[in-house]
Design a protein around this ligand. Structure first.
Ligand SMILES: C[S@@+](CC[C@H](N)C(=O)[O-])C[C@H]1O[C@@H](n2cnc3c(N)ncnc32)[C@H](O)[C@@H]1O
Length: 274
């Protein structure tokens, strides 16, 4: 479901079934390792080597301003990929650190560090076990990184709260929860609801040859997100649903103009720790 990258994947069959945190990680780390080269080749230019976009609609942090002031602040990007957003933060005067589950994604981050001359320190790790002391950051963010790939979301959000300083800012983008109802098809087929919005059973790809889970995505409703953030001590200040620009023809996996003009594809939450 992470897109159009069939060539990078072994033949898979799609299922809906329960998958725990360990199995999600075992599947998604290697999946992102396999897909990283193609992801960066396909989307790198759109993302910008030191650019910050929140999703396929192209909304930038410059426009959204959901993180607040970043200059002089300690900033953690979770699911940082090749670190494009963190590099933008650094150019605004912030002190970013990236964290990602995929070693290959981090190799791309290192490559861009060298090509741009704007390095971002990055670590291999998972959103559910952040290798940082309590109260280390003023801002934690994630642009389509990590949160929809973890099974133990309560732990990932608790970890975020732990490493944030009091009144710290948390913002993240995810596939808009209402997209769960529709097939992941950028064309007309992706406009017809075929699955319950309330069915949280994960989307799972299983390697046809080995029978092993090779990719997992987890779904939460909008209400789940609100309850979890509020219950972990966050005050939700923003829920952005970027509109698809009329002149934007780019297709990214299941995101397209056909669907984007009718239904939201991305949700961006902004919250402040109490
Ligand atoms: C769609 S990419 C987004 C990367 C980057 N934010 C961007 O905009 O290009 C998702 C990233 O999340 C990472 N990821 C997946 N599961 C993760 C986890 N449990 N912890 C940290 N990162 C994870 C993947 O390796 C991948 O680099």
């Amino acid at each position: 479901m992470n897109g159009e990258e069939a060539g990078a994947h072994p033949p898979v069959r799609v299922e809906r079934r329960a998958v725990d945190e360990a199995e999600s990680r075992r599947a998604n780390g290697p999946d992102w390792d396999r897909y990283a080269d193609e992801y960066q080749a396909t989307h790198g230019e759109f993302l910008g080597d030191a650019g910050f976009v929140w999703g396929p609609e192209g909304l930038s942090e410059d426009e959204a301003g959901i993180l607040g002031e970043v200059a002089g602040r300690d900033v953690l990007e979770v699911g940082s990929g090749a670190g494009q957003c963190s590099r933008w933060i650094r150019e605004q005067g912030g002190r970013p650190v990236g964290l990602d589950l995929s070693y290959r994604q981090l190799q791309h981050s290192r490559r861009l560090d060298e090509e741009t001359g704007t390095p971002v320190p990055s670590v291999l790790g998972t959103a559910t076990h952040l290798p940082f002391a309590d109260d280390s950051f003023d801002v934690v963010f994630s642009s389509f990184g990590a949160l929809q790939f973890v099974s133990d979301l309560d732990l990932a959000v608790a970890e975020t709260a732990r490493v944030l300083r009091p009144a710290g800012r948390f913002a993240f983008s995810i596939t808009h929860p209402t997209r769960w109802m529709f097939p992941d098809d950028p064309g007309e087929g992706g406009l017809v609801a075929s699955q319950s919005y309330w069915d949280r059973t994960p989307y799972v790809e299983v390697d046809d040859e080995t029978g092993q889970v090779s990719y997992v995505e987890h779904h939460r409703t909008l209400g789940d997100w609100v309850s979890l953030l509020a219950g972990t001590g966050f005050v939700i200040t923003d829920l952005l649903e970027p509109e698809w620009p009329e002149d934007h023809d780019r297709v990214w996996g299941g995101w397209s103009k056909v669907r984007g003009l009718l239904t939201p594809g991305t949700a961006i939450f902004g919250a402040t720790l109490r």
